[in-house]
Design a protein around this ligand. Structure first.
Ligand code: ZN
Length: 353
């Protein structure tokens, strides 16, 4: 690998000219040898050393050059949402060759996210799926990314449209400036020369977005088969309307290690809903893991599948359901009976937006 010696050069993902590289050894054998990149435009992340020469070409075999921003916005955001104090501490640690992104995720007990050739297609699909789509949503995303890169209210935040357009999932510097203007007109930011400052009004919006993100969550363990799509929507609705945030780890649309991600999300959950319809091993495993951690489970199962339940779980007082509508009603009642109303109130289901 001839490019190991690089300390600065064009970013293999976005082509930005002055990106920094560092060879990073990931300590665990399963990850192996990585190259870490610090790109002012698309962020800090690691990828497999051997993929260096192919990564741009590979990206362009899946999406067009002018669609790349979907992906760059995602990688940039993953960097912006990190905790400033932890990043600074990790950066100042001397004598380590471990990747910053790896160490950060390890410290936060989150799966290590890296760009890898064999996963790049999934990663792009995931990035596009979670990206803001409307101009308003892109502007608000920019505002929250500016807030994340900002240590204290009142700090001046430097703006460089050539580097920073990715923070708004924009395709160009011009589009980025358009969102900045929108934020200024709505009194969310003040632009001061080549910097900006988030107004008190802007912080209010940022806090609202963060509150939505930090709601007590409920992990949903179920069979992810197409035949279950409508069932999931009803489960999601019941959880939202009881005031909690449903989380599912959809295996097709997750970029990191799926098992790690599932375990992380279960740990973070206040309770879990496990639907045993279809008798999937994964559901038994996830519910068992939650019980082992002392996290309570609400069990549900389609009436005609109850007889197939494994005897280990037959004492769990499953909610039997015949129709999706009944499942929704019974589940919502059970959640409210056990946990009371969560902080998300007024039947405000963000998925309806
Ligand atoms: Zn880049």
């Amino acid at each position: 690998m001839s490019k190991i010696g690089f300390t600065e050069g064009p970013c293999p993902v976005c082509n930005y000219k002055e990106s920094k590289f560092k060879e990073a050894l990931i300590s665990e054998k399963i990850y192996g040898q990585y190259l870490e990149i610090d790109c002012p435009r698309c962020g800090n992340y690691a990828f497999i050393l051997d993929d260096f020469d192919d990564i741009h070409e590979l990206l362009l075999s899946i999406i067009n050059e002018d669609e790349l921003y979907w992906f760059l916005g995602y990688t940039r955001e993953q960097t912006e949402i990190r905790d400033y104090n932890i990043v600074n501490k990790l950066r100042s640690e001397a004598g380590t060759t471990e990747s910053l992104s790896y160490k950060y995720n390890k410290l936060r007990n989150e799966p290590f996210i890296r760009i890898a050739k064999d996963k790049i297609k999934e990663q792009i699909i995931f990035a596009i799926k979670q990206a803001p789509k409307t101009p308003h949503d892109k502007a608000i995303k920019l505002l929250t990314n500016l807030a994340n890169s900002n240590r204290f209210p009142g700090n001046l935040i430097p703006l460089d449209s050539e580097k920073d357009y990715t923070a708004s999932y924009s395709g160009s510097a011009e589009e980025f400036r358009y969102y900045l203007e929108y934020l200024e007109k709505n009194d969310y930011i003040d632009i001061r020369g080549t910097n900006c400052i988030i107004t008190v009004n802007g912080w209010k919006v940022v806090n609202e977005v963060q509150t939505m993100k930090n709601l007590p969550q409920c992990f949903v363990a179920m069979w992810f088969d197409q035949s279950m799509d409508n069932i999931y929507l009803k489960i999601e609705k019941a959880i939202y309307e009881a005031g909690y945030k449903p989380i599912r780890v959809d295996k097709e649309h997750y970029t990191g290690d799926v098992t790690d991600k599932i375990i992380t999300e279960i740990r973070k959950s206040k309770f879990i809903v496990a639907d045993y319809t279809g008798q999937r091993h994964g559901v038994y495993y996830e519910a068992g893991f939650a019980r082992g951690l002392g996290i309570e489970t609400i069990s549900t199962c389609k009436q005609d599948d109850i007889k197939n339940l494994h005897f280990d779980t037959s004492h769990l007082n499953h909610i039997p359901w015949e129709t999706e509508e009944l499942l929704y009603e019974k589940l919502k009642d059970r959640i409210l009976a056990i946990y009371g109303e969560g902080p998300l109130k007024n039947n405000d289901n963000p998925t309806n937006n």
